[in-house]
Design a protein around this ligand. Structure first.
Ligand code: GUN
Ligand code: FE
Length: 418
């Protein structure tokens, strides 16, 4: 048994923040949370780890990012989505045919994720099977857990990055076989988005998802040009989401990135099928996709999480993804003369932490009986505050200001990894 002492902060529910000054987390021998207590108990056989006056809070979850876009942060940011993909993105991803390049890049990404306090991810790789396996190895080595998808894309990507329908199927099966060795990283089926996949491939992936009980991730209603293209490709579908539903890809725990332009009917379909929204505010502003109606989705009961969307988003640090989602919601708030409510810091932290942990089976912040995913934040290294702060204020300031230098320890799946 281990007992971790520190100032505990977590968000069990949307809009609820629990703070415990000098509290304690009790971990069993498997690294699972056995108890969250206001005062450390006395146990002769427990190992005590005292984090003193530091903050002990649930780690971050990045529910949407593209690993092979890590080398192109901040590039092509003035282009709209489809041009950005064709001009920059596909060319960058094509480099991951080179496994040495993949190893170097993915080791750096995995290290940057874990030292930044992101312990769970739902991630896109490229279409390359070998580079995808290297990505999974590097995440496991660093202590990052979650889901990774080999991308399927058999049309509309130009010459540089293409697989035939047959190759895509064959490589997906080879990848799934090779994934069995991973303990903390699981495969997720990843049709890039409707414009990138033939109907034959979409139908095959839908059947495979059903047959092997595999989860699915993709993109939805991100940008006007994209939505018009999808309409052209699937004139029989009234809405974008139906192009996934038609092939069995719209199901419980499917993750859809963006959903910027999802109207009431599309949101109803998200809710009804328990499809998870990965909201990527930074990316949506960078490439002028729009501002997603997150507050409306939350009011309606849609499951919303946050993603950095590297490299549409240029920032990997999830605390900054959280503050960006607050700012995006405030833009909507101001544009509607206060009618649309904005996200508070407590709410946005819930989305970037607890809502994502739920996707992997944990709930309620520090969930009893679930492996610990936590960060230890030393806010004494931040700019000196104007006065003595409450724990609630220290939490808010940390979310706005922290960088890696403030993150002094990271726990992932019950193990201390930083
Ligand atoms: N839609 C399809 N592929 C991508 C991608 O790589 N990034 C973003 N932002 N949207 C996409
Ligand atoms: Fe994306």
């Amino acid at each position: 048994m281990k007992i971790l002492q520190g100032n505990i902060v977590y968000s069990p529910k949307l809009g609820e923040l629990v703070t415990m000054e000098h509290g304690a987390l009790v971990l069993d021998d498997a690294g699972q949370v056995a108890d969250v207590l206001p005062i450390a108990p006395n146990h002769a056989d427990a190992a005590y780890i005292d984090y003193g006056d530091k903050l002990l809070m649930p780690s971050f979850v990045d529910m949407h990012l593209h690993a092979p876009q890590y080398p192109m942060l901040g590039m092509g940011m003035d282009l709209p989505l489809m041009e950005w993909l064709n001009t920059y993105t596909f060319k960058t991803e094509a480099r991951f045919a080179d496994t040495d390049y993949a190893r170097r890049t993915y080791r750096r990404l995995a290290n940057d994720l874990i030292t930044g306090g992101t312990t769970r991810v739902c991630m896109f790789s490229s279409l390359h099977t070998d580079a995808t396996l290297i990505l999974m190895e590097e995440l496991e080595r660093a202590g990052v857990t979650g889901c990774v998808g080999k991308v399927n894309m058999d049309r509309n990507s130009g010459d540089v990055l293409r697989e035939s329908t047959e190759e895509s199927k064959r490589e997906t099966l080879r990848w799934l076989d090779a994934c069995k060795r991973f303990e903390h990283i699981k495969p997720i089926l990843t049709p890039r988005f409707t414009p990138s996949c033939t109907n034959e491939l979409m139908a095959w992936l839908g059947a495979l998802s059903e047959e092997r009980d595999l989860r699915v991730q993709s993109h939805l209603s991100e940008n006007g040009g994209e939505i018009a293209f999808v309409k052209e490709l699937h004139p029989d579908c009234d809405q974008y989401w139906e192009t996934y539903a038609k092939y069995g890809l719209w199901k419980d725990h499917t993750v859809m990135a963006h959903c910027v332009h999802s109207d009431a009917r599309e949101r109803e379909a998200l809710l009804k099928h328990n499809v998870v929204v990965a909201h990527c505010a930074g990316s949506n502003i960078n490439i002028c996709s729009g501002v997603a109606p997150i507050r409306t989705m939350l009011r309606e009961g849609v499951w919303v999480t946050l993603g950095s969307d590297i490299a549409g988003g240029a920032i990997l640090a999830m605390n900054r993804v959280i503050t960006m989602s607050i700012r995006a919601s405030k833009i909507l708030h101001m544009q509607t003369d206060g009618e649309a409510e904005f996200l508070t810091v407590d709410e946005a932290y819930y989305l970037g932490s607890t809502a994502g942990h739920r996707y992997f089976g944990a709930d309620g912040g520090f969930s009893r009986g679930k492996p610990l995913h936590a960060i230890v934040v030393d806010d004494a290294v931040l700019a000196e505050p104007v006065r003595k702060l409450s724990l609630r204020e220290r939490f808010e300031r940390s979310i706005y200001l922290m960088d890696k230098s403030a993150i002094r320890a990271v726990w992932s799946d019950g193990r201390q990894v930083v």
